[in-house]
Design a protein. Structure first.
Length: 362
């Protein structure tokens, strides 16, 4: 059966979030870093914006080396705030999830999606849907993303990386081989530097060359499983389905309040519909939660959270509402008016696990 699959990749995600929160950073090199704490320059660069990449800044580069490359340039070295990036990621994934058949989150900044039913296997409709996704994410979150659309995951993943940033590349099933052929083997999902080097040493540099390489030769190098994958991928073939794996890790909802406010009752009242919605999804998937987090976003777009881990998992709505109210009260005690508010449920487990735990503890 023909399918239409997409891959969405948020452009230079961590650094772009920092630009959204502080627009003055846009014309400067922005480096989001993991500081080790030993010295002011110990640690590594996690990601950077395109301005920083003009100076040769790369992910994994020592901060000290990055500073030397930016000598005389006013760069912004920002400590990684994973909690903040998760909030943005959750909101983007909710935007996408509501517009596609199936969403498979592959990381904090990327996801595969299937739109076969939604589009009726019509690439024109899929292109329009991808454009709508990009426009909605830009409007609501001020983030750009690159999207690839194709007949399967392999092609969609390569296509999303084809025009960056803010790109859209659509590859129809009958165009897949021609699209892939001139590209380097390193563009195939899962082909790292070591695999690419082995292929190149065997005289295989392009995907076209890989597509016609003898199966025995690939098996000698990589074994049967990887050899089959490389052969199929280089010919634009991939039967792996898009599967919703995100539901088992966390569920979240965010809302924009009618007015910026510090009133707890008003915030809770506006949060109740999405709170009930996330609870219904929890129950429909036979899931229990153990950790609940409330999220508040202020007028300056700064993000503040309060979390609580329960002694035992539950899916009781009244417990959820009570904990959300208490966490919001604690949050409001330390911050000003909220512009947006939300809740995230994590440390999820299914009902089978919960029954086993209950039987064990009793």
């Amino acid at each position: 059966m023909s399918r239409i699959v997409g891959h969405l990749d948020l452009d230079y995600f961590y650094a772009q979030v920092e630009e959204v929160e502080d627009p003055s950073l846009k014309d400067r090199p922005v480096l989001v870093c993991v500081f080790s704490g030993r010295t002011e320059v110990s640690g590594v660069v996690s990601t950077s914006n395109y301005k920083a990449r003009e100076y040769g800044i790369k992910s994994g580069m020592p901060i000290a080396l990055a500073k030397r490359r930016l000598d005389g340039v006013e760069g912004a070295f920002i400590r990684m705030d994973h909690e903040k990036y998760e909030v943005y990621s959750d909101r983007v994934m909710e935007i996408v999830r509501g517009r596609v058949d199936v969403l498979e989150q592959a990381g904090i900044d990327e996801a595969f999606f299937d739109v076969t039913k939604k589009t009726g296997v019509d690439y024109a409709a899929a292109t329009a849907l991808a454009q709508e996704l990009k426009a909605t994410i830009l409007k609501e979150e001020k983030l750009t993303c690159s999207v690839g659309v194709g007949p399967n995951k392999v092609v969609a993943k390569i296509a999303s990386d084809f025009k960056k940033p803010d790109g859209l590349t659509v590859v129809r099933d009958d165009e897949a081989r021609a699209f892939l052929s001139p590209l380097s083997v390193g563009r195939i999902y899962g082909v790292g530097p070591k695999t690419a080097k082995l292929l190149q040493e065997s005289g295989i540099s392009t995907i076209a060359e890989l597509a016609v390489a003898p199966a025995e030769r690939l098996e000698d190098l990589f074994g049967n499983k990887l050899a089959v994958y490389l052969h199929d991928a280089s010919n634009g073939v991939d039967g792996e389905l898009v599967v919703d794996r995100g539901g088992a890790s966390q569920l979240s909802r965010m809302i924009t309040l009618k007015h910026d406010t510090h009133d707890l009752d008003q915030i809770v009242a506006e949060l109740l519909p999405p709170l009930k919605d996330v609870h219904e999804k929890l129950v429909s998937k036979d899931l229990f939660f153990r950790n609940v987090t409330t999220i508040g976003i202020l007028k300056d777009l700064s993000i503040h959270t309060r979390s609580k881990t329960l002694e035992t998992p539950t899916n009781d709505y009244f417990v959820l509402e009570r904990e959300v109210r208490e966490l919001l009260a604690a949050l409001l005690h330390e911050v000003g008016d909220l512009r947006r508010a939300g809740v995230r449920l994590s440390e999820l487990q299914d009902m089978v696990d919960q029954r086993s735990l209950t039987e064990f503890t009793s």
